[in-house]
Write a protein that binds this ligand. Structure first.
Ligand SMILES: [Zn+2]
Length: 234
């Protein structure tokens, strides 16, 4: 009974301390961080796209005006030399303005290219982190299921065993067990309680040695029922 309960306690401990728990926690944090980065990167891309749209909209009427002026100069319909000269001047001005606006737009496009590349990289990374998290969850679920199956097996064995033990001894064992991680007994091995690892003192050992086989021995330190075996050292 004690070895079954020790096994159950160990299995429960292992289920609680699976490395996958920490892994899942870390990956969940990574998923949240990556998704926040993704939102920021998406916003940066859409902001730059809007900015490029505005730059293009600003260029359009200036280009149209330039083309209109160039046509009028070329077809020779402006007779007045003064008007012609001011139109040529305006063409120069419009060309400079277009060049400035195009430079600004080019800069926006370069930024947009960088932001898009960053977004693509983050999407790939987010996919990888999601996949790793899913993998860790699967592994944890499998490990928990395997441990649960073993615990069920141990409990079934315990069910079969308990009717074979004296009722009052089992009650005492269970009572101690509630405050001792579910294990109310420990093997006495090499004069040591394997429950609390304390060595039994000489006086107690003498009492234990003279006890009848069906006497219930208790550890002085942790009060667990001590199970005597050939290796008890008495
Ligand atoms: Zn003890």
């Amino acid at each position: 009974m004690q070895s079954i309960d020790s096994a159950i306690a160990q299995l429960e401990h292992r289920r609680k301390t699976l490395p996958e728990h920490a892994e899942i926690q870390a990956l969940t944090a990574a998923v949240a961080a990556t998704s926040a980065d993704l939102v920021a990167a998406e916003t940066a891309v859409s902001d730059l796209e809007a900015e490029q749209g505005r730059a293009e909209a600003e260029l359009e009427p200036v280009r149209e005006r330039l083309s209109r002026n160039q046509t009028r100069i070329a077809d020779g319909t402006i007779a007045d030399p003064k008007a012609l000269s001011s139109m040529v001047e305006e063409v120069t001005h419009l060309q400079r303005r277009i060049s400035d606006l195009e430079d600004a737009e080019l800069e926006i496009m370069e930024q947009l290219e960088l932001a898009t590349a960053r977004l693509e990289g983050l999407r790939i990374r987010a996919g990888e982190v999601d996949q790793r998290l899913a993998g860790a969850v699967t592994r944890r679920d499998e490990a928990v299921a395997a441990i649960d199956a073993q615990i069920t097996e141990q409990r079934a064995e315990r069910e079969q065993l308990s009717p074979l033990l004296p009722g009052d001894l089992l009650a005492l064992y269970d009572k101690i067990g509630t405050s001792h991680n579910g294990v109310g007994a420990a093997e006495l091995r090499q004069r040591r309680c394997t429950g609390c690892q304390l060595e039994v003192n000489a006086a107690d050992l003498r009492v234990f040695a003279s006890a009848a086989d069906d006497d219930v021995l208790r550890c002085e330190e942790c009060s667990r029922i001590l199970v005597r075996t050939a290796a008890s050292g008495m």
